[in-house]
Design a protein around this ligand. Sequence first.
Ligand SMILES: C[S@@+](CC[C@H](N)C(=O)[O-])C[C@H]1O[C@@H](n2cnc3c(N)ncnc32)[C@H](O)[C@@H]1O
Length: 186
Amino acid sequence: MANSDFALFMGQLFRRPHQVVALAPSSRFLCAEMAAGIDPAAGPVIELGAGTGNITQAILDRGVAPENLHSIEMNPDFCERLRARFPRINVHQMSAGDVGTLPVAGAQAVISGLPLLSMPLALQRDILTGTFQRVKPGGSYVQFTYGPKPPVARAVREELGLDWTVSRKIWWNMPPARVYRFTKPA
Ligand SMILES: C[S@@+](CC[C@H](N)C(=O)[O-])C[C@H]1O[C@@H](n2cnc3c(N)ncnc32)[C@H](O)[C@@H]1O
């Protein structure tokens, strides 16, 4: 990660703490775990809360064609940086709550760097409902969390009937984190 990206992240953390909600950008170890299930031949990928692009880079490192990556970010300064850093990906400046309206069909996964647990229940519901409108059957919603509980509220998990798996703890991240993969059985 370039020093200028780190400085931008910390500046936005200071100005918009309730949107960024992280002590630092995700480490390359956490980013690699977030992208671990991606198959470049399995269809488009949607990313939520791309920030300065650390997870974006890990998704591209899996071999995904840049044109097949759709990164949603609401912060205009982060969007500008993403477009400069990854000129061929699709950067959408919008709320992740509108992911269901994205003109992308049959995505293999939605990879989220959002601070989901700190969001209101209604926004979580919009994000998860929209996700499962955009992914193909068997597709997943991937979300990291620093805490001990699943990062999707119980009410939303139960409404949508979600199953999940959880990774080992990624210690080389500040703070350490786990990655959850949520799927919706047919
Ligand atoms: C914890 S940072 C993660 C940044 C980066 N993905 C990483 O892992 O280093 C959360 C990001 O989500 C973005 N964000 C927060 N709420 C959002 C929303 N409703 N829609 C889209 N992006 C949002 C913030 O602007 C910020 O870039």
